[in-house]
Design a protein around this ligand. Sequence first.
Ligand code: SAM
Ligand code: SF4
Length: 478
Amino acid sequence: MSHHAPLTKQRDYDVNHSFINDDAIWNIINACAQPSRDQVQQVLAKARLCEGLDLSDAAILLQNTEADLTQELFAVAREIKQKIYGNRIVLFAPLYVSNHCANSCSYCAFAADNHQLKRRTLKLDEIREETKVLERMGHKRILAVYGEHPRNNVNAIVDSIQAMYAVRDEHGGEIRRINVNAAPMDSSDFAILKTAKIGTYQCFQETYHRDTYQQVHKKGKKKDYLYRLYAMHRAMEAGIDDVGIGALFGLYDHRFDLLALLTHAQQLEQDWGCGPHTISFPRIEPAQGSDISENPPYAIDDDRFRLIVAVLRLAVPYTGLILSTRETPEMRRELINMGVSQISASSRTYPGAYVDSLVEQVDKQQFSLGDHRTMDEVVQDLVDNLESVPSFCTGCYRKGRTGDHFMGLAKQQFIGKFCQPNALITFREYLNDFANEQTKAKGNALIERELAKMSPARAKNVRGCLARTDAGERDIYL
Ligand code: SAM
Ligand code: SF4
């Protein structure tokens, strides 16, 4: 189907000029190369105010070598996470629609020159089947993923999203928010994408270091660094104000890419009055046909990964942090405590994988068991080990509360008023419709503990919504 839409905003920016200045970033990194204890402590004190950090502050934290101060940094990250996000954690699942790709990114299995890969672009009925499997697990949020290929043009993407939104589960439930990870487009195509009522549009720069970018993107449209760098500007021009930026850590020096991510966030704030809704920071994972993915030039070990998450949490306290890779339960626990606000659960990462997983469970159960934890296992782990409330809330998106229009105390009050209640209500919905008896009992006990922390008036209001949910009403949110 062909879709049309007008642009909603117009701004001036020079698309031929990079707002990432390599020398400037390296100068900041070098100027803070051996920070004193005092310097680190001053930055930590500033971070505790929850007002964010500037680039040199981040460079100081990234280069601190004192173990006790690193522990203090982690403690501040935990404080901020607790203060701003409480113990909620948003769950989502990726849905890979197409691995057809005309680019050749040296780290990705979908690269056009990986001739071993079986290519598949799901048809609309196959997309519906995948969506059904996710709905039956209890998912309400999907991240739709597409290779960059003429098949995956904006009209095909819009059609695929509409197909996902239209699927109903046996409880009458539906996918309530679809975020999109797809190649950058022109503003006019972004305007069409907006008509599909997407949540966040995500696109990662991978590395902001231009020479490295040029080396790892060997073929196709993605070679154009500036076109990708300004993707979010064009999305915002088209009225998509929830955007997610990211870097693929391992391609280049993590200090550079982290400072560049912050620069990108600042630039969006400056040009559009609104920073990114989320930041992603995947580490390179082994990918079929990619040597570089087996042996990344700047491999990120666990210590460095913790540092990246903690520094991001301090630097942009109000920006969602997404953990998309499958980490060990211990690592996941630590990173959630230190600031991650969204995680994927029960992920499968090729087109058709969820329907395949149903067959696999019958045929080769021993292989799938323990390898991919189910949604219910992830939920139980969050409740048991982290005292975290899995949230399926999509209230803001659906009430049109998009973009980041307010900060600070206002935002914290907002979270108490809306996010925490909505997390409990949507969690109850999950427990009633999808959880096994054990998860249900543990989850409901956690909901009670959370209600006990609220003011009597708020708790009463939420209890009312929970009772309506128990009586069969669905999709209640404040
Ligand atoms: N084709 C679109 C693009 O490149 O933006 C979207 C799909 S692409 C599969 C989504 C993201 O996957 C990329 O932005 C990249 O960061 C990530 N990715 C690719 N290869 C990876 C690997 N080996 N390990 C971890 N993430 C990877
Ligand atoms: Fe294609 Fe995206 Fe993979 Fe690059 S990262 S090969 S553009 S799917």
